[in-house]
Design a protein around this ligand. Structure first.
Ligand code: XIL
Length: 367
C-alpha cells in the first residue's frame, strides 16, 4: 500500500540549522579539488530533507541484514526492484508466471509503507523462449504480450505508483530505436501497445519510458523526446519520463541539469530513476580518490538541485541505484574491474559520503 505521508507530500520539518550548516560547508568547498569537508552533526534523512520521494533500488540479498534495512528505511521512501520484477524472473520458459520474487519485493514495500516503483515490463535485452516460439504468429505473439503486461501490472495494481513500461527503447547512437524481439514482431507500435495494456491493468500508475545516457548523448535525448512526443500525439497513455542517470565522475557539469530541463518541457512527471556516479570514470583517471568523491558530490548535488527545481507535479521521484557502495551493481558487473567503485551516497559501512551531504544541501537550494 502506498505510504500516505509520501503521497500527501507532508514531511517532518528539517532542522534549519543542519541544512544551512551542510549547505554552507559545501559552498565553502566550491572550486577546490578536495572532497567537501564533512559537516559535523548527523545527516538529516534524505527522505525528510527532500520535498519529493527519494527511492532506492533494493538489494534483496541484503534484506536480512539489519544494517542495510535500517539505512534503507531511514533514508528512502520508495523502492525499485533492481531485478526481481523483470520478465526474465517472472516468465517461465513454458510461458507460465512465477511471482515469488516480485511478491517478496512488493511485500517488503507494503510492510514498511514504502512506495513501490515497478521496473520493468518490456526491455529490449531479453528474448524469452516463450515469446521466441510465437514469433512467426503475430496475433498469438501480440496476445501473449498483452497477457503478460496485464498479469504483471495488474498484480500490483493499486500498489505500484508507477511502472517503467518500456525500458531503454532508444538505440545506443540515439539515431533510431532498439532492434529487439518486440519490435521485430510488433513493429514500433510495441511501445504504445505496452502503454495501453499497462493503463488497462493499472489505471492509477504513472507509466514511464525510461532510458540512459540522455544527459551525455544529445542525439539520444533528442530520440527519446521524439518518441515521447510521437506517443503523446498518438494518444498513448505515457505518464512520465525516466532518466536513469548512470553517471561517471567524468560527466560534464551542467549536462544533467540541461537534460532534466529538456525532459521537463513536455510537462510530464520526471523520474531520475537509477542515479549513481561511478568513481572509475570512463577515461584513465590518475586523480586522487578524494577529488573523485568531490566530483561525485557535485554531480549528485546538480542532479538533486535540478530535480528539486521542477514544478511539484513533475517531481515523481529521485531514485539511487542501490543504497551503500557495497550493494551497487557496478561492483558486480562483468567490467567491474577490481571492484573498488564507489558510486552511491553511502559508503560500504553505510556512512553518508560527501554526495549525501551534497544531496541534502541541493534539495534545499533547488526547491
Ligand atoms: C541491473 C541490475 O542492477 C542488476 O542486478 C541486473 O543484473 C542487471 O540489471 N539499467 C536498468 C536496470 O534499467 O534494470 C539495470 O539493472 C541497470 C541498467
Amino acid at each position: 500500500m502506498v505510504n500516505a505521508e509520501a503521497r500527501s507530500g507532508s514531511r517532518p520539518q528539517l532542522s534549519r540549522r543542519l541544512l544551512l550548516g551542510s549547505a554552507l560547508a559545501l559552498t565553502a568547498c566550491k572550486g577546490r579539488a578536495q572532497a567537501p569537508a564533512m559537516p559535523s552533526g548527523p545527516l538529516p534523512p534524505l527522505r525528510q530533507a527532500a520535498p519529493f520521494s527519494v527511492g532506492a533500488a533494493i538489494n534483496v540479498g541484503a534484506l536480512d541484514d539489519p544494517a542495510y534495512t535500517g539505512l534503507l528505511l531511514a533514508e528512502f521512501d520508495q523502492v525499485t526492484a533492481d531485478w526481481q520484477m523483470k520478465m526474465e524472473v517472472i516468465l517461465n520458459p513454458d510461458g507460465g508466471f512465477d511471482f515469488t520474487q516480485p511478491d517478496a519485493v512488493a511485500g517488503f514495500a507494503a510492510r514498511h509503507g514504502l512506495r513501490l516503483h515497478g521496473h520493468n515490463l518490456i526491455w529490449y535485452t531479453y528474448r524469452p523462449p516463450a515469446f521466441e516460439r510465437l514469433a512467426g504468429d503475430r496475433a498469438a505473439f501480440a496476445a501473449a504480450y498483452r497477457n503478460y503486461i496485464l498479469a504483471v501490472a495488474g498484480r500490483y495494481r493499486g500498489q505500484a505508483v508507477g511502472w517503467d513500461v518500456v525500458n531503454e527503447p532508444v538505440a545506443e547512437d540515439g539515431i533510431g530505436y532498439r532492434d529487439c524481439l518486440w519490435r521485430q514482431v510488433l513493429g514500433m507500435e510495441y511501445v504504445a501497445r505496452a502503454l495501453h495494456d499497462a493503463r488497462e491493468a493499472a489505471p492509477d500508475a504513472v507509466l514511464f519510458v525510461n532510458d540512459y545516457n540522455l544527459e551525455s548523448n544529445p542525439n539520444k535525448l533528442a530520440g527519446f523526446m521524439r518518441l515521447a512526443e510521437q506517443l503523446l500525439s498518438a494518444g498513448a497513455p505515457l505518464g512520465g519520463l525516466g532518466t536513469q542517470a548512470h553517471l561517471t565522475v567524468d560527466t560534464q557539469p551542467g549536462q544533467v541539469r540541461a537534460c532534466i530541463r529538456t525532459l521537463a518541457t513536455l510537462g510530464l512527471p520526471i523520474h531520475v530513476s537509477e542515479l549513481d556516479v561511478s568513481t572509475r570514470g570512463r577515461r584513465l583517471d590518475f586523480s586522487d580518490p578524494a577529488s573523485r568523491l568531490d566530483k561525485q558530490a557535485r554531480l549528485v548535488g546538480e542532479t538533486a538541485e535540478a530535480f528539486a527545481a521542477l514544478p511539484e507535479r513533475q517531481r515523481y521521484a529521485l531514485t539511487t541505484w542501490g543504497v551503500r557502495d557495497q550493494d551497487s551493481w557496478l561492483r558486480r558487473a562483468p567490467n567491474a574491474g577490481d571492484g573498488s567503485d564507489r558510486p552511491l551516497l553511502f559508503d560500504d559501512a553505510g556512512a553518508p559520503k560527501p554526495a549525501a551531504w551534497a544531496f541534502v544541501a541541493a534539495v534545499g537550494r533547488g526547491s
